[in-house]
Design a protein around this ligand. Structure first.
Ligand code: ADP
Ligand code: MG
Length: 680
């Protein structure tokens, strides 16, 4: 009897397995049908022919036409991955690289990380099997260090070229050079905008391959008067739209995680207030630091009768295409990096988008049928205040990182580097000065041993320098922990509305001795480590366990890099001065001094800055501080602030600071004369 029983069980299992298989087959078929429906599919053969004929090809096509997901697959099917060669496809954004790789793996029916993988900073999801590799443009840039001719790739696709990120712009110059001495490599530059001529001109008149897009009519609606508060206006528009407009999903563009979370909260509250008679609203946020498991949610269709509202950063402008969007709400802002080469200050600020961006955003609503775009600004605004195009990042960035990398690649003559749009020579000079001040370059502008070590770390030069300096101060263990925490993201703590006091108390507990946020991050990490990396402990302390896990991964990698540059792991055993000095060795340019009114002034540039309210130092306000970065919201805020002794500046960076800089009297005199500029 028992035998029969077992047999029956096995049968049941077999049925289940068969059913499962059927579903998989059906899903695959559906995916393959979807692939054939994409505009690029019609042109597959022509495209492959063009690629065969020309070494460099510019590909232009409307967002969502299938460039990113399909072209690498076509190339793979056509044999470009034979003989162990790979296809690289770069993306300006990490989330896009991950999400697209996941999609393509699914379409090919393979496990992510096998034939199809991705590589982003601090996360390599590829294997020996990988032939289609999605990666951030920054990661491909790093690969040049180990493989200057990119010999393992048969095709390099620089995707989303219109975004003109700093890394993409540098890649342009480097890959242009490679195609000259590697006749076997193919280079595709793919872009969503129409001014492809510029790319063609740069790449020696490379032919342009156009993929005609489908774009339905989009109604553009403007507000009658400027909106005082676009968050409020956006929430209002969503609710009204949800109540009055026919089915179709909504996409709202915001500038960052904080805004997205605010809107999410407000919307949820408003929906609760409206009661159960309202049709359901499924809220899907998407931004750079969104945990991987939640990223896929934006692509899932909303259940019957419900409406999906996607709250996105710029990432949904061209990098990711979400099907089913019928309404776009565009407040007209994004967060951009801006750099003042005179002061050497870089900050992230909210700025109006360009006309080109506004049009891209509007276009997201007309992919599958006619759409509507609600612009939360006036038509007059649009016509008269918005720039035509966004200025390429290279012209508004601190170039120290790029210059260090190029120097590490042996490219010394930066003035004659083949830039599509050259950066201001002032910015280049400033970068050279900064690297010189950090000890990465010598007087002749050549890479020093310190510089070579710094270039190994995928971090900002200042942070890399702090790590390299930790050798001297014998605290490399602590410094890489802090560096990992700084790199893991800003969302370390959370602060639930109903438990704010508890959360703040928990946070303050890591500020033993009140010397600064850097040491607090170290205390936090070590306390977590002591608990055996407990998620429960994280919850009790209002700490994001995800961020902590990421910090741990980053730390592991930094540890491996320490070994590579031959720095002994070494613990300073609680010597907080050593740790702070190591940071000062990297960040001495970010030194600021307190003023009578509680504001600060940067020691060299005399710019007015403030301690960010989230800093543990916001109540302490030490007379001298060194900070990690500046963020501009209503004011210029210093984020991650640590106390400093002014004499350290002269001790650690004597080539940068003189005694007069830290002397009260002299500083005042200098300011009165208006000589606020760095002397270097
Ligand atoms: P393009 O690069 O031309 O903008 P894509 O290749 O990114 O176009 O997109 C083609 C299609 O693939 C779109 O319909 C998009 O919705 C879909 N797609 C892309 N990534 C994903 C994903 N992670 N999940 C589901 N669908 C996706
Ligand atoms: Mg794309």
């Amino acid at each position: 009897k028992s035998v029969v029983q077992a047999g029956a069980d096995a049968d049941g299992e077999m049925d289940e397995l068969a059913e499962d298989l059927d579903m998989k087959v059906a899903l695959q078929r559906e995916l393959q049908d979807e692939r054939k429906n994409l505009p690029v599919y019609q042109l597959k053969d022509d495209l492959l022919k063009a690629i065969e004929e020309y070494q460099v090809l510019i590909i232009v096509g409307e967002t969502g036409s299938g460039k990113t997901t399909q072209i690498p697959q076509y190339l793979h099917e056509a044999g470009y991955t034979a003989k162990g060669k790979k296809i690289a496809c770069t993306q300006p954004r990490r989330v896009a690289a991950m999400s697209v790789a996941a999609r393509v793996a699914q379409e090919m029916g393979v496990k992510l990380g096998h034939e199809v993988g991705y590589s982003i900073r601090f996360e390599d999801c590829t294997s020996e099997k990988t032939v289609i590799k999605y990666m951030t443009d920054g990661m491909l840039l790093r690969e040049f260090l180990g493989e200057p001719d990119l010999a393992s790739y048969s095709v390099v696709i620089v995707d989303e070229a219109h975004e003109r990120t700093l890394s993409t712009d540098i890649l342009f110059g480097l890959v242009k050079d490679i195609v000259r001495f590697r006749p076997d490599v193919k280079l595709l530059i793919s872009s969503a905008t129409l001014n492809a001529e510029k790319f063609s001109d740069f790449f020696d008149e490379a032919p342009i391959f156009k993929i005609p897009g489908r774009r339905y009519k989009v109604d553009i609606l403007y507000t009658k008067a400027p909106e005082a508060n676009y968050i409020k206006a956006a929430v209002g528009t969503i609710l009204q739209l949800h109540l009055t407009e026919p089915a179709g999903d909504i996409l709202l563009f915001l500038t960052g995680q904080e805004e997205i979370e605010t809107v999410e909260e407000t919307l949820k509250e408003a929906m609760r207030g409206l009661g159960s008679k309202m049709p359901e609203l499924v809220i899907c946020p998407i931004y750079a630091n969104l945990p991987t498991e939640l990223q896929a949610k934006i692509f899932e269709p909303a259940p019957e009768g419900a409406r999906k509202v996607v709250l996105a950063t710029n990432i949904a402008e061209t990098s990711l295409t979400i099907d089913g969007i019928k309404y776009v709400i565009d407040p007209g802002f994004c967060k951009i990096k801006s750099y003042n080469p005179r002061t050497g200050m870089e900050s992230l600020l909210r700025a109006p988008i360009s006309k080109a961006s506004a049009d891209q955003r509007a276009g997201r609503s007309g992919r599958t049928g006619p759409g509507k775009c609600y612009r939360l600004f006036t038509e007059f605004n649009f016509r008269n205040d918005l720039d035509d195009d966004t200025v390429p990042e290279i012209q508004r960035s601190n170039l120290a990182n790029v210059v260090l990398r190029l120097k590490a690649l042996g490219i010394n003559d930066l003035v004659n580097f083949d830039f599509m749009d050259p950066p201001a020579s002032e910015s280049l000079l400033k970068a050279l000065e900064e690297l010189f001040a950090l000890g990465a370059l010598n007087r002749r502008g050549e890479l020093t041993k310190t510089g070579r070590r710094m270039a190994e770390f995928p971090l900002d030069p200042m942070l890399s320098k702090a790590i390299v300096a930790s050798e001297k101060y014998k605290c490399s263990e602590e410094v890489i922990t802090i560096a990992a925490m700084l790199s893991a993201g800003n969302a370390v703590f959370y602060r639930p509305k109903d438990k704010q006091v508890h959360a703040d108390t928990a946070k303050q507990a890591f500020h033993v001795g009140d010397v600064g946020d850097h040491v607090a991050l170290l205390n936090l990490y070590n306390a977590w480590k002591e608990t055996g990396y407990s998620p429960q402990w994280c919850r009790e302390n209002f700490v994001q366990s995800r961020t902590m896990k990421r910090a741990r991964d980053v730390r592991d990698q930094l540890e491996a890099l320490l070994e590579r540059v031959e720095i002994e792991p070494c613990s300073g055993a609680g010597d907080l001065i050593a740790i702070r000095k190591a940071f000062t060795a990297g960040y001495f340019r970010n030194a600021a001094r307190r003023q009578k009114d509680g504001s600060y002034r940067a020691v060299k540039s005399h710019q007015m800055v403030f301690v960010h309210p989230s800093s543990g130092m916001a109540q302490v306000l030490p007379p001298w501080v060194v900070y990690h970065e500046l963020v501009e919201t209503t004011k210029e805020y210093m984020r991650q602030v640590t106390e400093l002794k002014p004499e350290w500046l002269v001790e650690i960076a004597p080539h940068y600071y003189q005694h007069k800089d830290i002397d009260q009297h002299e500083t005042k005199k200098m300011m009165a004369k208006g000589k606020g500029r760095a002397a270097m």
